[in-house]
Design a protein around this ligand. Structure first.
Ligand SMILES: [Zn+2]
Length: 206
């Protein structure tokens, strides 16, 4: 995918702090560097609220993105929130940011919170225009991505992505961020660029 410069306002949604950095950090950092306003929405902070809020803030800063934290300024879980409240929250975020691109977990993600977040964002999007790309946080090295896909060259933003992942020190061993560099390198090699992320296209307007 090469015409990313058409996107000016981007809304990216993750169930937890760190999901967006791992799943879409390269795309978000590239869009921000190319001048888009990128807003990251986190649906929940399930534990260690103060620590993880600080990590989320630092991670978003590494990507050049704005951050919207959960309304409740305390630990919360996605499955504690009624679906209609989750949808309403994403509707407010959509209304405030007017995105031409939405980035969200894929519907086939193995983590239930991620799948619930996917469904809530899709429900919120039913009357909103704009393109929708889905990311996978559990794509192992060498695994075939779910079709249909688009490939994003993140060679210019791989360092920002890795730095953003490394901000989540409470969640990952020190070596984890660099393993994600390896994943991006393997995906890039399959598509003729140094580093890549892959997305499932849910909706795209040509
Ligand atoms: Zn997660």
């Amino acid at each position: 995918m090469s015409n990313l410069e058409k996107y000016r306002h981007v809304l990216a949604v993750g169930a937890h702090p760190d999901d967006l950095e791992v799943g879409a950090g390269g795309l978000l950092a590239r869009l921000a560097a190319e001048g888009a306003t990128v807003t990251m929405v986190i649906a929940s902070i399930p534990n260690r609220y103060v620590v993880r809020r600080a990590e989320a803030t630092a991670g978003a800063a590494r990507l050049g993105a704005r951050l919207r934290l959960p309304d409740a300024e305390r630990e919360s879980r996605v499955d504690d929130v009624p679906m209609h409240e989750l949808v309403a929250r994403f509707e407010r975020a959509l209304a405030e940011t007017q995105p031409d691109l939405v980035v969200v977990h894929g519907g086939r993600d193995g983590h239930e919170d991620h799948a619930v977040t996917h469904r809530a964002v899709l429900a919120a999007l039913r009357r909103a225009p704009g393109d929708v790309l889905c990311y996978a946080t559990r794509l192992p090295v060498g695994a075939a991505p779910p079709p249909p896909t688009c490939v994003v060259d993140i060679s210019a933003s791989i360092d920002a992505k890795i730095a953003a992942i490394a901000e989540h020190a409470s969640q990952f061993p020190r070596t984890f961020a660099e393993t994600r560099r390896d994943v991006a390198r393997v995906l890039g090699a399959a598509h003729g660029v140094p580093y890549a992320e892959v997305y499932e296209v849910l909706r795209i307007t040509l």
